[in-house]
Design a protein around this ligand. Structure first.
Ligand code: V47
Length: 366
């Protein structure tokens, strides 16, 4: 039986999706504005199953947030504070090494490290952090420092971006996470994080990373003051860079959490928008291998459902997360591997445990 679209504007898109034809800016806006969530999800699932069949990936990882002290004051962020704030913290290298060890239980395969732009830490601190972790856990991949942090580190080092990346890579950096992208549209970016790295600069850091042989992820912060055109523009800019370099692995839409932020008058994102963000991303980012449902942000239940709305990755165990929890995330800090596997099976998909670069993929048997 043929799928019946409630929104007739989606009908012409099915042929294009099946023929693997690229969707335009206008078609992207149509998808965001459509009331037909099932229709959008149906289209995204065609693309998802063509690329990945029934597989859903996950990773045994651990997040580490070394400090929340930050020179920026982004309006959407509840994590970053100034040094005199009572909640300010900074972890010594020894604390980080011992935390990492504490939670190794078995085989964590990735450390995901993201933090504030600390006004006093030196470039050397970051090199010692990478080298110290690599020395103690040589088999664990280090995915660390958003493009915003990498740009800051290059400034601290007084070196060009490319050289900074080579040094970070030699010290143990394996890949770069997708944070800091927020929304590229200057009109919105200025209002939510005016002092932060521009969208152009964010893209340039990733371009340089790809040139230095580092794979990276990308994100988009949605559900605040942006509109459908801003989101579509963001996705198309990422798609263009991916055409140029091929260096992106995964895209992760990040649902805005307003609590404790300077945008706390805004509501939390509805589940409808969370699912749509994942589905539209799958459809517009036709050259991105993976679309990730970060369960910390959207709850494990929405992440589970989203496997029929375009996603093929559930992120991982995480263990400790401070950025989104500072902004009111009500999810747990840790998702045990067996629970992730169970949720993937329940969704009718095949769980596959992966490493960061999707080079080692192990299907999990019942
Ligand atoms: O850079 C900050 C965002 C990011 C809020 O690459 C917020 O695999 C929502 O980038 N509401 C950090 N979002 C998290 C991140 C990430 C997470 C999981 C996987 C990967 C990956 C990357 O969180 C920040 C910022 O963009 N953020 N505050 C907030 N109130």
């Amino acid at each position: 039986m043929l799928f019946e679209f409630e929104d007739k504007a989606l009908i012409p898109l099915e042929e294009k999706v099946r023929a693997q034809e690229r969707l335009s800016f206008e078609e992207g806006v149509t998808l965001w504005n459509s009331f037909d969530l099932l229709g959008v999800g149906y289209l995204a699932n065609i693309a998802r199953e063509r690329i990945h069949g029934d597989k859903t990936f996950f990773i045994h990882n651990r997040h580490i947030n070394p400090t929340n002290i930050c020179i920026n004051s982004c309006r959407f962020c509840a994590f970053g504070v100034k040094a005199d704030d009572p909640t300010a913290y900074e972890k010594s290298l020894d604390e980080i090494f011992s935390d990492a060890e504490k939670y190794m239980n078995g085989k964590v395969s990735e450390f995901h490290i993201v933090g504030g732009l600390h006004p006093d830490w030196s470039f050397q601190y970051y090199l010692d952090l990478l080298r110290g972790l690599k020395e103690r856990f040589p088999a664990v991949h280090i995915q660390a420092f958003t493009a915003v942090e990498v740009q800051y580190l290059a400034e601290l080092a007084g070196l060009p971006l490319g050289e900074t990346m080579v040094i970070l890579k030699e010290a143990g950096l394996g890949s770069i996470p997708g944070g800091g992208a927020e929304i590229f549209a200057p009109r919105v970016r200025k209002k939510i994080c005016g002092e932060k790295t521009t969208g152009e600069d964010w893209l340039n850091v990733h371009r340089t990373a790809h040139g230095a042989g580092l794979r990276t992820n990308a994100t988009m912060l949605y559900g605040h003051i942006e509109n459908a055109e801003d989101r579509t523009d963001h996705l198309i800019r990422l798609r263009e860079l991916q055409d140029e370099t091929g260096g992106f692995l995964t895209f992760i839409p990040l649902a805005f959490h307003p609590e404790n932020t300077r945008l706390d008058h805004l509501p939390t994102t509805p589940g409808q928008l969370d699912l749509k963000a994942l589905a539209v991303s799958r459809l517009m980012l036709d050259n991105f291998p993976h679309i990730k449902a970060f369960w910390i942000m959207i709850t494990p239940k929405i992440a589970q459902l989203s496997q029929s709305f375009g996603t093929d990755d559930m992120d991982g165990t995480v263990v400790e997360e401070k950025i989104i929890h500072a902004a009111g995330a009500a999810t747990d800090q840790i998702f045990h591997k067996n629970s992730i596997i169970e949720m993937i099976f329940e969704a009718g998909r095949q769980p596959v445990e992966r490493d960061t670069l999707y080079e080692d993929e192990q299907e999990v048997c019942v």
